[in-house]
Design a protein around this ligand. Sequence first.
Ligand code: AMP
Ligand code: MG
Length: 334
Amino acid sequence: MRKKLICALALIFACTALGACSPQKNDSRLTRHGEMLNTVVTLTTYGTDDEAILDGAFELCAEYEAILSRTAEGSDIYRINHSGGEPVAISDATAELIGLALDYAELSGGAFDPSIEPIVSLWDITSESPRVPGDDEINQALSRVDWRGITLEGNTVTLRPGMSMDLGAIAKGYIADRLRDYFSDAGVTGALINLGGNVLTYGKKPDGSPFTVGVQKPFASNEVIGAYRISDMALTTSGIYERYFEQDGAIYHHIMDPKTGRPVQNDVYSVTILSPHSVDGDALSTICFVLGADDGLALINSMDGIYAVYCMADGSLIFSEGAEAEWIDKSRLQ
Ligand code: AMP
Ligand code: MG
């Protein structure tokens, strides 16, 4: 965990350094890091010296973590996962997020599956001594995975007995959007919201310039391969290098194929999505990873205002329609 946090911090510093490239009219910029949501959260506000706004933002993060965490006892997701198939009353936010997750499960034909929890727990990629499970164990866990077994009616959710949920592929994006709403309500004119690599930009910097957000080079924690200049856009990456272990020369990472119950095996190292809302970018980056480049690009090209960049295992980049025009290659970044 420590190593991952250091890597994440290094990337954030890289992004922050890029963000500081453009000259600023004033220096009213506040940044704070925190270890939350199982990652490093970095929030930056522009055009205000009011530290209380950041206090409130971190409190909001903690509130969402308390209802959406899979492991925190008493959270909505914990109660759902321990309900034994009984209906569970949940908060508005959890209901909204589960509704979105089910929409994305349907859209992706089940490539995105919020009931993936039994597989995630079985592999336990981030544990001290992760191992490759046996076929029987994988099949047993897979028999408990099927998003169609989740019933959401208003603020009540019911799972088919034996099932459990994991919203790790979408919750950070949802929380980033809520933080953006919070900063907007607080009168902040610009903010950079970074939840462990899920970056959402709100407004602009005081000099009116957009934010420069880097795309990490896979397996190189403090190196970027390029960047986008964005405002009021999210840049979200799903990559195999984020959480993985190696065994007998093979890499076992954290993005699971709901068809096989194993880490997705393809020629993709990472997928970055640009989208107006962070929750969409979060869901779509995971989906595009699972679908692979051909099907993922077809999906993104069918959506208005959403763009994708695939970093392939051979080092090449593949862009969705319109994404290459705005790309700033590393060689052009000062
Ligand atoms: P992300 O980093 O947003 O791509 O999310 C990856 C996380 O989502 C993993 O650590 C798991 O908790 C969960 N996850 C893994 N595979 C899937 C999947 N196919 N559908 C939904 N969630 C997944
Ligand atoms: Mg995701």
